[in-house]
Write a protein that binds this ligand. Structure first.
Ligand SMILES: NC(=O)c1ccc[n+]([C@@H]2O[C@H](COP(=O)([O-])OP(=O)(O)OC[C@H]3O[C@@H](n4cnc5c(N)ncnc54)[C@H](O)[C@@H]3O)[C@@H](O)[C@H]2O)c1
Length: 247
């Protein structure tokens, strides 16, 4: 694997590319807080390298995987794309900074840039996030640690995220698009669904809230429908069972 922080490697990878999907990142909040230098250099300088190399190589479009973390703790739900960006942690700040470079690049070079703001994506081979962590614990019959207890988040199965990425290569170039289910799931409900799936007797153990984490997020998804042609799922957790063997 090449390092996105190393510009010559990024430049070499960009030769002959028409659409660049930029997903490489320090990709979670707690990890980014543990190593803020790594999250800055990878997420901000890495994105800068992608944009610089893309315009040098005549790439038509960069599709950038941003995050709902750019909004921070929203003032109201659901959150539309024109809500203010008030990131609450180093990860959100790095994605907001990277987005700013994407927008500046799109106006100052010939390279288009489509920003997708993903909500909480889940799927096989995921690690360290709430769903894989709780699935693994519930399978062993261990307690599920719930930080806070009031959280409502917006989850999306990975297939939808992939469809959004593919659609973003060809859609009419627009501003940022939320990629989400548009439905809030209480984490208590998520825990119950996971425990029921495993058939074990795990219990939810409340822990103190972690200040860096966003407590409430539900996305407005009309833009996703119109720009990307993607319908949100009726039940955002309907694919949970597909992760059970992976946990
Ligand atoms: N999974 C989610 O819920 C979610 C939500 C919002 C946004 N995103 C964004 O979507 C993208 C993909 O997320 P994911 O869940 O697949 O994350 P992931 O951590 O599984 O994948 C990120 C990839 O980036 C690579 N990477 C990390 N540092 C690098 C570096 N310095 N140079 C080159 N590669 C490096 C990692 O090896 C990994 O393969 C990321 O940009 C992430 O920030 C994900």
């Amino acid at each position: 694997m090449k390092d996105i922080r190393h510009y010559p490697s990024v430049l070499a990878a960009m030769v002959g590319v028409e659409v660049a999907y930029h997903l490489a990142a320090q990709s979670n909040v707690i990890g980014a807080m543990r190593d803020i230098d790594y999250s800055f250099t990878t997420n901000v300088i890495g994105t800068f390298n992608v944009l610089k190399a893309a315009s040098k190589c005549g790439v038509r479009r960069v599709v950038f995987a941003s995050s709902r973390e750019v909004y921070g703790e929203p003032e109201r739900l659901p959150v539309s794309e024109n809500a203010s960006l008030r990131p609450k942690n180093a990860y959100g700040a790095s994605k907001a900074a990277a987005e700013a470079y994407c927008r500046a690049w799109a106006t100052s070079s010939g390279c288009e840039c489509q920003i997708l703001r993903f909500a909480n994506v889940y799927g096989p081979h995921d690690r360290d996030r709430v769903i894989p962590t709780w699935l693994a614990r519930a399978r062993r019959g261990d307690d599920l640690e719930l930080y806070g207890g009031q959280q409502i988040l917006d989850f999306l199965w990975v297939d939808h995220a992939v469809r959004a990425l593919i659609a973003a290569a060809a859609c009419e170039n627009s501003g940022p698009v939320n990629v989400a289910s548009g439905r809030g799931v209480r984490l208590v409900e998520l825990a119950e669904r996971i425990i029921a799936l495993t058939g074990n007797q795990s219990v939810v153990r409340p822990r103190p809230v972690r200040d860096v984490e966003v407590v409430r997020f539900v996305a407005e998804v009309s833009h996703m429908r119109e720009v990307l042609g993607i319908e949100p799922p009726e039940d955002p957790l309907s694919s949970l069972h597909q992760m059970i063997d992976d946990a």
